[in-house]
Design a protein around this ligand. Sequence first.
Ligand SMILES: Nc1ncnc2c1ncn2[C@@H]1O[C@H](COP(=O)(O)OP(=O)(O)OP(=O)(O)O)[C@@H](O)[C@H]1O
Ligand SMILES: [Mg+2]
Length: 324
Amino acid sequence: MAEGELTLDEVSALSRQVLERVGQAVVGKGEALELVLAGILAGGHVLLEDYPGLAKTLAARSFAQALGLEFRRVQFTPDLLPSDVTGAFVYDQKESEFVFRPGPIFTGLLLADEINRTPPKTQAALLESMQEHQVTVEGQTFPLPAPFHVLATANPVEYEGTYPLPEAQLDRFMLRIGFGYPTPAEEWEVLRRRMSRRREDQTVEAVTDAAGLLAAQRTVETVTVDDTVGQYCVDLAAATRRDSQVLVGASPRGSLALLLTARAYAVIRGRDYVVPEDVKAVAVAALAHRITVRPELWLHEVTGATVVRTVLGSVPTPPTVAVA
Ligand SMILES: Nc1ncnc2c1ncn2[C@@H]1O[C@H](COP(=O)(O)OP(=O)(O)OP(=O)(O)O)[C@@H](O)[C@H]1O
Ligand SMILES: [Mg+2]
C-alpha cells in the first residue's frame, strides 16, 4: 500500500474517533452525526435542516476541528452578494492591476448558515461552486481546495422574507439531515457540561487533517457493492417516481447519493461491504429532499420523508450478501 493510503479498518477506526471527538462537544444526536460523517466521507455536501438552537453550528465546527479542516462560517443574510461568498477582483494600487481576492468559500469546511435567508442569486453562486468545486468570476476560474465540503443550515419555518431553495438546488446536497430536539436527559447533560466547563466555548482535538480525509475518501471508493444492493438503490429511487403522491421523484443523482452514502455508512459501521440495512439507514437523508409531493397533499402531512418510508416498506429488500 502506498504511503498516505489507509486500509478500510483504519478508516473505520478514524471514523469512530471523529464521532467520539464530536460527541465530546455535541450531546446525543448520534444518528445525525453518523449521517453527516457519511456524507463527508462520500465526498458530499450536507444540508442541516432544523429549528434554531439545536447544535447545528456546534456540530459543524466540531467536525471541522476533529477532521483538521480550515473552517469558515458565512451568515447568509438578505443583503449578502454573490461576491461576498466567492470573492471578487479588486484594484491593487501598487501593482496598478485588478487582483482576485478569494472569498470565504476558499476553505476546507464552510458552514453556510441559514442559506434560505439570502436571495436566489447568492444561493446560486454558492451552489454552483459547490457542484463544480471551483469559482468563476468575470470569466476566470479558480479551483477550490480539496477536500472542500459545505455544511449548510436552513430553518424549516417559513419566516417572512425567506427564499426556499428550489428542488434543483436541493438536489446538489448529498444529504439533508434533521437534528431534532434532545431528550430531557440529553438536554440536562448539555446544561451540566456547560456548568462544569465554566465557559461557553468548546473545542475538540483533531484526529486527522485534510490529507488524511482525502486518503479516507479514496479508501471508501474501494468498497465494492454487491449488484443486488446497487439494484436495490435503483429500485427505491424508481419507486419514489411511481408513487401517486409524488409530483417529481428522485433522479439518478438520488440513487447515486444513496449508494455512495450507504457505502461510507458501512465503513463507519466497521464493515468492508454494504448491506441493505445501510441503504435503509441513509435512505431518508439521501432521498427525501429530492422528492416533490403533490401540492394538494401538503396539508395531509405527506412529505418527502413519508414517501421514502413508504417505498422502504413496499420495495422488496434483497438478501444480505457479504462480498469478499
Ligand atoms: N445536543 C447538544 N449538545 C451540546 N450542546 C448543545 C446541544 N444542543 C444545544 N446545545 C447548545 O445550545 C446552544 C446553541 O447551539 P448552536 O448555536 O450550535 O445551535 P444552532 O442549531 O446552530 O442554532 P441556530 O439555528 O440558531 O444557528 C449552544 O450553546 C450549544 O452548546
Ligand atoms: Mg447556528
